[in-house]
Design a protein around this ligand. Sequence first.
Ligand SMILES: Nc1ncnc2c1ncn2[C@@H]1O[C@H](COP(=O)(O)OP(=O)(O)O)[C@@H](O)[C@H]1O
Ligand SMILES: [Mg+2]
Length: 267
Amino acid sequence: MSNLVEIRDVQFAYNDRPILSGLSMEFPRGKVVAVMGGSGSGKTTVLRLIGGQIRPQQGSVKVNGNEIPSLALRELYQMRRKMGMLFQHGALFTDLSVFDNVAFPLREHTQLPESMIRDLVLLKLHAVGLSNAAHLKPAEVSGGMARRVALARAVALDPELIMYDEPFAGLDPISMGVTANLIRKLNDALGSTSILVSHDVRESFLIADSVYFLSQGRIVAHGTPEEMMASDDPYVKQFVHADPDGPVPFHYPGSSLAEQLGLSERA
Ligand SMILES: Nc1ncnc2c1ncn2[C@@H]1O[C@H](COP(=O)(O)OP(=O)(O)O)[C@@H](O)[C@H]1O
Ligand SMILES: [Mg+2]
């Protein structure tokens, strides 16, 4: 199996509101794949399907050959141990030190002795350049450093799949670059597969092997960053060049203002 994650023909709706339709995606082993799109396009929903937090109404979501929606809870928990997740707005535990934040998943999910946990935590913190900040509280480090601690925590259990939800949000440009490089480095050092959800074109294109563009719950483009840069697709062009005008509507879909004001002529 060359793909660690495979999504086939997925339909997903919250209540009666369709969110994803006819969705098929592939995440090859060892690769960093970016999932991009405007806010509300369904990016986080894709990650929640893969993590088994939600189930599709139709279609298949496979991780390492396991059909996630049909797993029993105990099997799902086992699968999740192999998935690292950096949540959107993923905050650190403010009362815990940097060290204890990274140690948290190890203490939660393993029976390892404290001496071994210490070595593992220091290795992860070293990988993100923060082994000397282990004793600090999250409030005592910068925003960029806090994000690196969250990265170290996401990879604490050496996951085979790492999912990042908007890892660049709220960072200054330098910290964004540092974070992007770390995502690539951690993926390659751990031999994992990474899914990078982001709307940041520059940083994502820098490190991704391939890119999916989502719009309103559908894939509108897929290819390498180079192919996307050269794409003639109007949506991709609008997104890559951050144009205010293009196929992405400014208005939330629904009736027109004239209709809302009762001014429209109905035939
Ligand atoms: N728990 C929920 N209940 C109902 N609708 C939701 C829920 N979570 C997200 N949505 C809706 O699903 C759509 C896709 O959301 P999401 O996947 O979070 O988008 P993105 O991550 O691309 O910004 C949005 O329109 C959002 O309002
Ligand atoms: Mg989101």
